[in-house]
Design a protein around this ligand. Structure first.
Ligand code: COS
Length: 387
């Protein structure tokens, strides 16, 4: 812990530090000033994508040989934290870019990587399309079918809650190729947004992160060639779960940003606002909650940067990622709740940023594996270790 800050600060290498500075600068200049407007108008910020392209952040996950910036997961964590602290919607848009690209990075052929990852650098997004009605937490229960058709396949079904849906140029779609084989009968396909039979007819009206676009994805007998298969046939669920392992670190980074923004707002207001002749932070009911939050947030940062470090070191990220996401999203919950409480009546009304953060935080405990799923993953690991 440095002398200057109460919160624990990660020690970053020069590269990650440089990316963090870049993210901090563009977040202050471009993202924070529009955060309230994006929320109010539920508007997707196309202009921010241009900023991502100009700075190289659109290619943060793209390997250098495909023209990308190839950031470490540690640097991505720092960037997503900074961007989310300024505007939770913009942080989520950046993280969703990561989620769709991860399965291609993990399992794509050289040609698929060139085709899909290259355009990411120039701002095209690729979305991850797994969830269906009745198959969110129970990912193996999806019903979307991919039936063999000559050299290729025909896909039929409907995906929901697609991050960056209707914005992305391509989707990684998970579909059943062997319906009787359960978890071992799912295959991942790369599907172009403009393929005949692909439609989007629902954009969600969300409680929070309202600047993001979340849609359904209907597939009506969509023909894809065999080279659209990503990774091994019938091993798509494994690929989806490996992708989510990493996606959860990004969600934890979003949580750090939201928690940090709420902590800073709450602390400044608790020092500024006086009741009964003294700043409200001097009342233990408020001051001690801020102290607990400083501890919680420091611990959340340690868990998240440790998960990112594990990934960068080639170590398994499933359990550290689950811990980071679970803890950070719940710390963010406590942080936004405290911020609203400290602002009192103002905190309950728009356009107080605490009110927006309160709504933006909630999805962290739901998407990319709910808190219950993280506890399931962790409790199974505890049981296995002690069997
Ligand atoms: N990475 C790679 N493979 C994994 C994995 C992981 N993190 N977790 C499980 N697997 C593998 C298992 O090894 C098993 O493989 P085999 O068939 O070779 O044995 C297969 O996946 C199925 O695993 P399991 O039997 O544990 O699956 P379950 O259906 O019991 O459930 C959970 C697994 C609940 C952990 C999984 O469905 C999950 O994470 N669900 C949440 C999905 C989610 O996050 N949805 C949000 C979508 S994005 S908004």
């Amino acid at each position: 812990m440095t002398a200057k800050t109460v919160l624990w600060e990660p020690t970053l290498d020069a590269d990650a530090q440089r990316w963090r500075e870049t993210a901090r600068k563009i977040a202050a200049e471009h993202f924070a000033p529009l955060a309230e407007e994006l929320d109010r108008e539920q508007r997707y910020p196309h202009e921010h994508i241009k900023t991502f392209v100009d700075t190289g952040l659109s290619g943060m996950l793209v390997p250098a040989e495909h023209g990308g910036s190839a950031l470490s997961m540690t640097a991505i964590t720092a960037v997503v934290e900074e961007v989310s602290a300024a505007c939770a919607s913009t942080g989520a848009i950046l993280a969703a870019h990561t989620l769709g690209a991860v399965p291609v990075r993990l399992a794509g052929t050289e040609e698929q990587k060139r085709d899909v990852l290259g355009p990411l650098r120039s701002g095209e997004a690729i979305s991850f399309a797994l969830t269906e009605e009745g198959a969110g937490s129970d990912a193996a229960a999806i019903k979307c079918r991919a039936e063999a058709d000559g050299d290729g396949y025909r896909l039929t079904g409907e995906k929901i809650y697609i991050g960056n849906g209707s914005i992305s140029g391509r989707y990684v779609v998970f579909a059943k190729t062997d319906p009787d084989a359960g978890a071992r009968g799912i295959t991942a396909f790369i599907v172009a947004a403009d393929a005949p039979g692909v439609t989007i007819d629902r954009i969600e009206d969300k409680m929070g992160i309202r600047g993001t676009r979340t849609s359904n994805l209907k597939l009506d007998n969509v023909r894809v060639e065999a080279d659209a298969i990503l990774g091994q046939p019938n091993r798509g669920l494994k690929l989806a779960l490996q992708t989510l392992d990493l996606g959860r670190v990004s969600v934890a980074a979003q949580g750090l940003g939201i928690a940090l923004a709420a902590y800073r707002l709450a602390a400044a207001e608790a020092v500024r606002r006086h009741t009964f002749g003294k700043p409200i932070i001097e009342n233990q009911g408020i001051g001690f909650r801020l102290a607990d939050l400083a501890v919680d947030l420091s611990a959340a940062r340690m868990l998240t940067y440790e998960a990112a470090r594990a990934y960068d070191a080639g170590q398994p990220v499933s359990l550290p990622g689950a811990m980071a996401k679970l803890h950070t999203s719940e710390v963010a919950h406590r942080a936004v709740d405290l911020a609203v409480q400290v602002f009192g009546g103002d905190g309950f009304c728009k356009p107080c940023p605490a009110e927006r953060l309160y709504r933006d935080q909630r999805v962290l405990e739901i998407y990319e594996g709910s808190s219950e799923i993280q506890r399931l993953v962790l409790s199974r690991a505890v049981a296995a270790e002690h069997a």
